[in-house]
Design a protein around this ligand. Structure first.
Ligand code: C2E
Ligand code: CA
Ligand code: CA
Ligand code: CA
Length: 284
């Protein structure tokens, strides 16, 4: 009786009610949204910490919803994962990001390669078509595998068996980079890293937050130092997320991190915006 009462109370909460209804509405609207091309990608530059030059960009998906306006991925990616729509949606993101990157390279052959990072949901890892879809997209569009980096969260790979790692290993063998996203939040066994076909660690934003003031948080400093030493000894590069201030960039550079991403450099934006940053860079 007690739990039933609790439920009734929850349903009576108007905000809760609205969220449930909205979630349901968004879930049922997802397939048509993909058909109607309501999704679009914003690109956020990745920057070499050493000199501030643009090395690439991360593709971040958004939904331009006819009633709710632009929705961030946190609002709909979990729903798409729940219904399985993440597989065709993920395929669309890859296709679109690869196409725009290739187009840019064609137009600016002297500007050097711009790497494109695409997020992979754990559901896509479990989907048998991942390798074939990725190979097909790269070949059909004509982008070098080494220009693509797939980001997989650390938590998706914790305790992963060989069957789950096999597709990632195949892609890595082809030259596709694999980044371990949100690194440091998943409590994975560091020794486990050697087993994973990853080429890069993306340090979670929580560590960057510890670099906000001088001197930086001593515990975060020690952890970042340790992670960087370990990563470099395994030949992995380290990217830091969520860099919002010069102090953070400065201290993370001094700790040996290789690449940074964050509002301090640029917010996610349309390709044209990235294009300008990368081009200014390439031409000095
Ligand atoms: P993520 O992969 O960790 O992406 C980084 C998030 O941090 C992005 O949020 C980005 O806009 C935000 N961010 C970047 N710089 C800063 C900063 O300086 N400060 C702060 N506070 N935040 C910053 P966003 O775009 O809302 O994406 C959220 C998450 O949604 C992503 O986290 C990723 O897990 C997921 N996601 C985005 N696009 C895709 C996609 O195409 N496929 C899949 N499966 N997941 C995606
Ligand atoms: Ca990511
Ligand atoms: Ca590469
Ligand atoms: Ca991340």
């Amino acid at each position: 009786a007690k739990s039933a009462g609790g439920n009734r109370f929850e349903l009576a909460d108007p905000e809760m009610d609205e969220r449930t209804i909205t979630r349901h509405g968004l879930t049922t609207a997802l397939p048509a949204a993909l058909d109607r091309s309501e999704f679009f990608i914003e690109y956020q530059p990745l920057v070499h910490l050493a000199d501030g030059s643009v090395s690439g960009a991360e593709a971040l998906v958004r939904w331009s919803h006819p009633q709710h306006g632009v929705l961030g991925p946190d609002r709909f990616i979990p729903l798409a994962e729940h219904t399985g729509l993440i597989v065709p949606l993920g395929r669309w993101v890859l296709e679109e990001a690869v196409r725009q990157t290739h187009e840019w390279q064609q137009r600016h052959p002297g500007a050097g390669p711009l790497r494109i990072n695409v997020n992979l949901s754990p559901c896509q890892l479990h989907h048998s078509g991942l390798v074939a879809d990725t190979v097909d997209t790269l070949e059909r569009i004509g982008l070098e595998p080494g220009t693509l980096c797939l980001e997989v969260t650390e938590s998706a790979l914790i305790g992963a068996d060989d069957d789950l790692l096999k597709p990632l290993r195949r892609l890595a063998e082809m030259g596709v980079d694999i980044a371990l996203d949100d690194f440091g939040t998943g409590y994975s066994n560091l020794a486990n890293l050697r087993r994973l076909p990853v080429t890069e660690l993306k340090l979670d934003r929580s560590f960057t937050q510890g670099m906000q003031q001088y001197p930086a948080d001593p515990v975060d400093t020690k952890i970042v130092e340790g992670i960087v030493a370990l990563a470099h000894s395994l030949d992995l590069s380290v990217t830091v997320e969520g860099v919002e201030t010069a102090a953070q960039a400065d201290q993370l550079r001094r700790l040996g991190c290789d690449t940074a991403q964050g509002w301090y450099y640029a917010r996610p934006g349309p390709w044209d915006h990235l294009h300008q940053l990368a081009l200014v860079d390439a031409t000095g």
